[in-house]
Design a protein around this ligand. Structure first.
Ligand SMILES: [Zn+2]
Length: 237
């Protein structure tokens, strides 16, 4: 090997060493979420330091999810389990948590996070609730993440929890949250403008699909990332 080639090999080896992600040795925190909406928020703040999976698929009604045996294995190996709470998943998640035999993610343990604690919850029924009242949510409306302010608060709560579980990455999670909050604020400006424009247009004529003012197709185009998800699901539900 001539000296130039030797130098090149040395340099590439050194380059490869520095390129090798420093964290390759450290595993990502494994985060399991009950719904895709929580998973989207977790992804925003967790970045590449976590792996995220949702148990329910986005197209499923989170009130009624068929608990598969594979879910138990997922919860079993989770470092953090994030639920929506307010009894949204009461019909299927609690037995999965019990059967997972993972002490770290049982309610009350450090690896269990019920996101509703960060949200401003609406429609808390006053007084007793009965079946005769139809499909009411006894603890308040669990679809709280559809409000961008709640989405922001939940994202911050998740970032704090991730920092508590992995303190060496606390600054990383805080930065990711800041970036998310800034993009959300930017999207909110756009949504406000659109709302003003659409409410104006609605008064004078029937909005055409092209105007972007029809409810189900329109709001899906605003925003990016999980903020877009929030907006789209708010149109859907
Ligand atoms: Zn509901």
């Amino acid at each position: 090997m001539n000296s130039t080639r030797r130098q090149f090999v040395k340099a590439t080896a050194a380059g490869a060493m520095t390129l090798l992600p420093l964290r390759a040795a450290k595993s990502q925190l494994k985060v399991i979420c009950s719904t895709e909406d929580m998973a989207a928020l977790a992804r925003e703040v967790g970045g590449d330091r976590i792996s995220v999976e949702s148990l329910a698929r986005g197209y499923q009604d989170a009130h009624f999810v068929e608990a598969k045996p594979s879910f138990i294995a997922k919860v079993h190996s989770a470092d953090l389990l994030i639920s929506v709470g307010l009894q949204l998943e009461v019909g299927w998640l609690p037995p999965l948590i019990t059967q997972s035999r993972n002490p770290g993610v049982q309610p009350g343990a450090a690896g269990y996070l019920e996101a509703s604690q960060f949200a401003d919850v609406l429609e808390k029924p006053a007084g007793g609730v009965s079946r005769a009242m139809g499909d009411v949510h006894p603890l308040g409306n669990p679809h709280y993440w559809l409000d961008p302010n709640n989405g922001r608060a939940v994202a911050q709560g998740i970032a704090n929890k991730l920092a508590a579980l992995r303190s060496e990455d606390a600054a990383y999670f805080a930065d990711r949250y800041k970036d998310f909050a800034a993009r959300l604020a930017q999207s909110e400006k756009g949504w406000d403008q659109k709302r003003r424009r659409c409410s104006g247009a609605g008064r004078t004529r029937t909005p055409s699909p092209r105007s972007g003012c029809l409810p189900s197709t329109a709001s899906g185009r605003a925003g990016r990332g999980s903020t877009r998800r929030m907006s789209r699901s708010s149109a859907r539900r």
